[in-house]
Design a binder for this molecule. Structure first.
Ligand code: NAD
Length: 368
């Protein structure tokens, strides 16, 4: 199999962490006999400097013609004075629109070795592994009508709107992911108040009948917000609409303990997009200290969703766990007990060695 990947390093720490993710991808794809091409393109601030626009046409074209897109991060203080439509972030929004993904996947994993990085108590986060599936193209962020009413009586309004097909397609994503995991879906809504949530609940229930082996529970968003920090281990897959997902996925980040650990995938459109959750971190850019594990975990998601290479995805996830278990930490994870605090590139090299070992062990296991 052949995989053409467009790489968009972007700004700040984006190029530093993306370099390590590409290094790991090359290693794993090689182990599994995949041919791969990595084409680097400009987006965000770097594209503004080079081409005068945050999403140059050749970048957009390369992305839509590839099998998957791996992005670092965009943005930086030098662009903050530009109008919103011309800033680096506009390039990312334009790219997301062009690719058309409707489901945003954000895993939040509590790694035992860095449980002390979470603001939650270790016994609360222990074993937590949640996948939030957020609907990305509908709901109140896009619903019409919206706006401000006339100035004589200042008021503003937005419209939360969902159609059955919009809910069905994201529900299928959640149930399919649950089949590969611990076979439980929690659908989150506010059906006691909102009609859109009543439609959401009915539709998810109906889709759920197609997956009898997956347990479905419904939960109000306020209960879910509470349970995410009191008992995160009780969740497997959470599926929810756009606004609730935006908030809950950030809340779930406390489980992992550092922004630098978090991965994401946006799937369902023409081409799927993989990126760490963090921004360009201008305060540490160029210092070689950024945590590349969120970008590397995003590469694992790329293998899972765009290459159908589940074993390779698991190899990367196991390798991340092994390196952390061995006591290596980037600066953001250091709580004084690290065996060694390592740089971005050193962390990438450690994961690369571990991933080759994990893949070898997997093949040896299958050979007996
Ligand atoms: P940020 O995520 O860049 O940084 C927040 C804090 O987390 C900083 O202290 C930073 O040093 C730290 N951090 C982030 N990533 C890290 C990593 N990999 N390792 C270690 N520490 C890390 O958010 P911000 O400071 O609000 O935004 C900075 C710029 O990034 C802004 O221009 C913003 O618009 C942009 N941004 C881009 C994206 C994206 O590209 N998807 C997302 C969020 C913010």
């Amino acid at each position: 199999m052949r995989l053409d990947i467009t790489v968009l390093p972007g700004d700040g720490v984006g190029p530093e962490v993306t370099r390590e993710a590409v290094r790991i991808l090359r290693t794993v794809l090689d182990v599994y006999g995949y041919e791969a091409s990595f084409e680097e393109r400009a987006i965000g601030g770097v594209a503004i400097r080079q081409f005068g626009t945050p999403l140059p046409e050749p970048t957009a074209r390369a992305c839509t013609e590839s099998h998957a897109v791996l992005l670092g991060a965009v943005g930086g203080p030098e662009f903050d004075s530009l109008p919103a439509g011309e800033r680096p972030e506009a390039g990312l929004l334009g790219l997301r629109r062009a690719l058309g993904g409707y489901a945003n996947l954000r895993p939040a994993v509590a790694y035992g070795a860095i449980a002390d990085c979470s603001p939650l108590r270790p016994e609360v986060v222990k074993g937590a592994d949640v996948l939030i599936v957020r609907e990305l193209l509908g709901g109140i962020y896009f619903g019409e009508p919206r706006g401000f009413s006339d100035a004589s009586a200042p008021a503003a309004y937005n419209t939360m709107r969902y159609s059955v097909p919009e809910v069905e397609r994201v529900a299928h994503v959640a149930f399919r992911q649950a089949q590969l995991r611990r076979r439980k879906v929690t659908s989150v809504d506010k059906a006691n108040v909102l009609e859109t949530s009543q439609l959401w609940r009915q539709t998810v229930t109906r889709v759920g009948r197609e997956y009898p082996e997956v347990r479905l529970e419904h939960m109000y968003v306020d209960s879910c917000a509470l349970r995410l920090i009191t008992n995160p281990g009780s969740f497997d897959v959470i599926v929810t609409e756009n606004l609730f997902g935006d908030i809950l996925s950030d809340e779930a980040a406390v489980i992992s303990g550092s922004l630098g650990m978090l991965a994401s995938a946006t799937i369902g459109g023409k081409v799927d997009l993989y990126e760490p959750v963090h921004g360009s971190a201008p305060d540490i850019a160029g210092a070689g200290v950024a945590n590349p594990l969120g970008a590397i975990a995003s590469a694992a998601l790329l293998l899972r969703h765009s290459a159908g290479l589940e074993a390779g995805a698991q190899d990367i996830e196991d390798a991340i766990r092994e390196v952390l278990d061995a006591g290596y930490r980037t600066a953001d994870l250091n709580r004084g007990r690290a065996k060694r605090v390592v740089s971005t590139a050193e962390m990438g090299a450690l994961v690369e060695t571990a991933v080759a070992d994990v893949a070898d062990r997997r093949r040896a296991y299958h050979a007996v």
